[in-house]
Design a protein around this ligand. Sequence first.
Ligand code: 6GU
Length: 229
Amino acid sequence: MTFTFVTLFENLVSPYFEDSILKRALQSGKIKIDFKNPRDYTDNKHNKVDNYQAGGGAGLLMFPQPLSALLDELKRDNPNVHIIFPAPAGKPFRQIDAKRLAKKEHIVFVSGRYEGIDERVIEEYGDEVFSIGDYVLTGGELASLVMSDAISRNIKGVLGNEDSLDEESFEDGTLEAPSFTKPNIFKGSSIPSEFLKGNHAIICTLKKEMSGLKTKYFRPDLFLRNKGQ
Ligand code: 6GU
């Protein structure tokens, strides 16, 4: 998988890949990353990438020309690129999207800064527009990192232990059950006793029950959606 980050601020993105699991994924060649700066594609004297909004409105918008030149070049080099625009006005990014996108060959994240990007660029080039939650970020970079992280861990060979992909949150529309490790008693609070006895069937039933309760408590929206199925 190749991730291309289109951004004015490469330094906001690159450090995340310098440690831990994604560093290892880069080293083993399971993922590749590169960066493209819209400012390198401008055709104006001062390398401007933004301008006032048509019809008024606060803040500056990235105008089409630099992004268009950049994305045309990417598509020429690889017609199979899958282009994603992170935006608060996108559809919610979910675990099923992370799993589906892990099968792509090359994903491009186009980060807007300022007040965003001229809508015609998104319509012309966007394969998908995703939001990572109901709040507004200062730019798409963090959202691109969130999505590329969630996608990467679903690529075969990226996680040390592939089993950890089986029982995790959202896999079946529920939150994962709580988990525990040593010591058996921490600040007076014990690990649930069945966990210590080691009967696998009982532990499995208990985990399912706790998973349901946790989902109902923290995410009534998910819980109701499950019941509706
Ligand atoms: Cl994907 N981008 C930006 N800029 N803000 C967001 C977002 C994305 N998702 C929620 N807020």
